[in-house]
Design a protein around this ligand. Structure first.
Ligand code: MTE
Length: 670
């Protein structure tokens, strides 16, 4: 029986119901329907997973430019008079070797009307001033800057050196925070000249002259659903999402804010641990692997933006950020060493601190490419918190996209704290000051559109969520219309009460076996995941096949069971860090034919006021909405809808998950 991956997002008029799983797209089509085994007809549409994402600022290409070259008006020598950065530039004048070679500029080239008192540099000159040079330079648009004196003051640290010898344009497209008058003013102080007209087309260096910050990014599995290529952001494909308890490493979702740092020799990678008193100790990868007891943890990582698209859709309101579907979550076995062990080795008074006797409040993590975040000291030191410094994932060295050679793993927390390409750990009284700690991963009320970021704490532990990842439809099954009434009796107080403990769908399923009633439903196997942060186990998953009229409990798959004698449980760690897979079988009630009004509608519904997904027909097809919601061991439950939890960043979108299923075809006796 085929597995049908449901579409889970925005529905536009005329859009259909299921995203065609890739492996079915080659099957013969009959009109709008896809014929698959006993699946008589199923409406399909092109996959809807690829949410529109904000494209990075388009880089102009040769085609979009007029191929005109400026004629050089100034090819001056080092004897230049300086304006903005007068003092600075005189220092470097002797270093300049402006190119004075004649060029074959077209006669119709626009004049170079830039400041004639500043020198022109060929890009080949700029390249000599790379990160290794004494005086690193960068270009921005057509200007050349000597950033030597800016590096110590640069808030992002020496990450700016990555652009040295080339252009910072592409980096500023990533760190768009730079694009403010304040930063331009700072940069202006370091201006030393202009890119020579011979290297400009339409006033800018050609894109191929600009080094790609993502040049070292690794190849990726094409099955991942790409949100953005540069930086790489991709979700696990739906049809694979819960196909296995442990997500295959190649299909683990990827969330990169920047490029993947190149690691030539992992043995040279060092981790610096800094304590409150400023003392530091360095560890090579080998030190970590040999000096400490290895530890394993099975844990899901989930992006705070997972299901953001769902929030946007159902709150009918824009949210900022990548419009993730339900696949920004994956589950893996992580191996490394305990953070607490390393801190103790570095001289941190662990036991004293565990007893509460410490000024330390946070542990900050910094990644090679300048990403940084922190966690509170509590979970960092908690012997049952399982915070690791990880070097292996699913039994293999970490892949480049997931932090090779070293990353932090903070299970039960938003994955933003599990810093990849980890090179620095700092025990501190303060949180990380990075924007990923101070902004971005915070939540505000549904009325707040322009938040004061300082007013909310950073997200740490994740709330409860769940999602339907697969719906497997079977044959038509009778669904006696009187099912509900049969199982209701009127109580003395006049309230109707259900006397049969089984759900309507279960009753319908059992009744349907011998019933000659008109088939009105489709047998279905539904599957998905549930997850809660803080290591809280999922205790229950409720499923509704009829848009919330009736509910039933899904089977929680016991993935942590020991598979055989001498076998280990696939779940390592002190708490429930992994996701909980679940499955459910039932009959999805589908209406017979379009009706003007629904007898079974909830009292507050009118046909006119219904959301499209609450309607039982769409373009002549019979439709139904499936729901899932989970409960964790602290009895945390998911909110019903998004209106009350909408937030401008679209973080922590964890309302009941709703999936629409439609079928237009007549049932046939099997
Ligand atoms: N660490 C670094 N160094 N750089 C990053 O961009 N992204 C964070 C976190 N750690 C990030 C990082 C975010 S927002 C998420 S959701 C997770 O990594 C994603 O981890 P993954 O790509 O291994 O799934």
């Amino acid at each position: 029986m085929p597995i049908i991956a449901p579409t889970l997002g925005r529905r536009l008029p005329g859009e259909l119901i299921f995203a065609a799983p890739r492996r079915f797209t080659a099957l013969p089509r009959h009109g709008n329907c896809l014929s698959v085994e006993r699946f008589r007809c199923l409406h399909t549409s092109p996959p809807l997973y690829r949410a529109p994402v904000e494209p990075p600022r388009p880089v102009r290409t040769n085609e979009t430019r007029t191929k005109q070259r400026y004629s050089p008006r100034h090819t001056g020598s080092a004897a230049v008079s300086l304006i903005a950065s007068a003092g600075l530039l005189s220092l470097f004048a002797g270093l300049f070797e402006p190119d004075t070679a004649p060029r074959d500029a077209p006669s119709n080239a626009p004049p170079d009307d830039r400041d004639p008192d500043l020198p022109r540099f060929r890009l080949s000159d700029v390249r000599k001033h790379d990160a290794k040079s004494d005086r690193p330079w960068v270009t921005y648009e057509d200007k050349v800057y000597d950033i030597t004196d800016w590096i110590p003051a640069h808030p992002g640290g020496d990450v700016i050196l990555r652009a040295a010898g080339g252009s910072i344009d592409a980096y500023w497209d990533i760190f768009s925070i730079h694009k403010s008058p304040h930063v331009y003013e700072i940069l202006d102080q370091y201006l030393i000249g202009f890119v020579d007209s011979a290297d400009l087309v339409d006033g800018r260096p050609l894109p191929e002259q600009i080094e790609d910050p993502f040049r070292d990014d690794p190849p990726r599995d094409p099955r991942l659903i790409t949100m953005t290529e540069k930086p790489r952001n991709a979700e696990t494909p739906l049809e694979e999402l819960t196909a296995s308890f442990i997500t295959p490493t190649d299909l683990f979702y990827v969330r990169n804010h920047m490029w993947v740092p190149k690691v030539d020799d992992p043995d040279q990678h060092t981790l610096t641990v800094e304590l409150l008193d400023g003392s530091t100790k360095e560890y090579t990868l080998n030190d970590l692997k040999t000096k400490f007891k290895p530890a394993k943890v099975t844990a899901a990582l989930q992006c705070s933006g997972n299901r953001r698209k769902d929030m946007t859709t159902h709150a009918h309101k824009k949210t900022n950020g990548l419009q993730w579907n339900v696949g920004a979550i994956s589950n893996a076995v992580w191996e490394g060493v305990r953070l607490a062990d390393v801190l103790a080795d570095a001289g941190f008074p662990l036991e004293q601190a565990r007893a509460g006797d410490t000024e330390a409040r946070h542990v900050q993590f910094a990644g090679e490419e300048s990403y940084a975040a922190s966690i509170p000291i509590g979970p960092a030191l908690d012997p049952r918190g399982d915070v690791l410094l990880v070097y292996a994932m699913n039994g293999r060295p970490l892949p480049p996209d997931h932090g090779f050679p070293l990353r932090a793993l903070v299970p039960g927390h938003v994955a933003a704290r599990s810093v990849k390409w980890l090179n620095r750990v700092v025990v501190s009284e303060e949180e990380s000051q990075s924007q990923w700690q101070q902004k971005d991963y915070k939540l505000f009320g549904p009325n707040v559109t322009d938040p004061d970021w300082s007013k909310a704490p950073a997200i740490q532990e994740m709330p409860i969520t769940s999602a339907i990842t697969a719906v497997k439809l079977g044959d038509w099954a009778p669904l006696p219309p009187e099912t509900k009434e049969q199982n209701m009796s009127t109580q003395p107080n006049g309230n109707a009460e259900k006397t049969d403990r089984r759900s309507d769908t279960q009753v319908a399923r059992s009744n349907s076996a011998g019933s000659a009633a008109t088939p009105r439903g489709r047998r279905a196997s539904v599957a998905g995941y549930a997850y809660s942060g803080g290591g809280r186990a999922i205790i229950r998953v409720d499923v509704s096949l009829d848009n919330g009229k009736t509910w039933d409990q899904a089977e929680l798959i016991d993935d942590c069971a020991v598979q055989g004698p001498n076998q280990e449980s696939p779940c390592s760690g002190h708490k429930s860090w992994a996701w909980q897979r679940w499955r459910y079988e039932g009959v999805i009630p589908l209406p017979d034919e379009p009706r003007g009004s629904r007898a079974d509608a909830r009292p507050d519904e009118t046909k006119k006021g219904l959301e499209k997904e609450d309607q039982d027909h769409e373009d002549g097809k019979r439709c139904q909405t499936l729901l899932v919601k989970a409960t964790d061991e602290a009895y945390n439950a998911q909110p019903e809808g998004y209106d009350a939890i909408w937030n401008a960043r679209g973080n922590l979108a964890n309302a009941w998950h709703r999936v629409r299923v439609c079928s237009e075809c007549e049932s046939k006796k099997e």
